[in-house]
Design a binder for this molecule. Sequence first.
Ligand code: GDP
Ligand code: MG
Length: 255
Amino acid sequence: MASGVRLVVPCFDEADRLDVGAFRARLAQDPDLALTLVDDGSRDGTRAVLEELARDAGPRVEVVALPHNVGKGEAVRAGVLAALRSGAAYVGWWDADLATPFAEVARLRTTLEERPAAWLAMGARVQALGARIERRALRHYPGRFVAARVARMLRLPTYDTQCGAKLFRAEATPAGLFDAPFVTRWLFDVEVLARLERRHRDGEGPPPEDVVVEVPLLSWRDVPGSKVRPTDFFRALWGVRRIRRHYRLTRRRPR
Ligand SMILES: Nc1nc2c(ncn2[C@@H]2O[C@H](COP(=O)(O)OP(=O)(O)O)[C@@H](O)[C@H]2O)c(=O)[nH]1
Ligand SMILES: [Mg+2]
């Protein structure tokens, strides 16, 4: 699979929601695609569903089964470490509900192919004519508020760090980027950017804006069954604060 794409799909209690048919169809249609499905200590039949998918697909689908629920960030991190060992050229993470359709993988990949300096392509849910971005107002507005706080903290013009669709060039992965546990459960995407920023500050790598690209998606829909609750808005604000302190984002960047 040295040329292919391997997506890490974090799954927590997804037995009823996972569209197994859509996953099977995509694997059949796209021989370049491989999956690392992470069962994050689900309490329902998720693990059996994932293992059946893997049994039918052979080595292109691997299951990482975590014994306890550790949260999306840590589940993705475990999956990414496994996926990097697989030798895929592009590794990413993708929400199990397929809110971002598989068709967008190719657009993220093309962006990385066209921009050799880029390391990470992030899907961005930008509402615009010509795109179909279906978000609920109740998630959209608090989400935009958090997004603005994140961009301000990172001092980067990010639009949407929280979209569940990301793809990166495996060979360009900075050593150790995924080695340490994340300090937040849901804002780990922000932590990846904060880690890049910290490396740059320490003189160990390029600034994040040189290697990260946001790709406005053509299609995204809010899939029912989300485990995010309204109180998570406050948790997210607290998470932003935690990241600022943990990664010392108040320090000046080198010029
Ligand atoms: N590992 C892990 N993944 C989770 C957890 N909660 C949700 N997820 C996964 O994170 C992704 C997005 O979850 P979802 O509930 O749809 O969140 P939303 O799209 O942000 O509203 C899906 O792949 C879920 O299975 C959790 O506690 N642990
Ligand atoms: Mg979702």
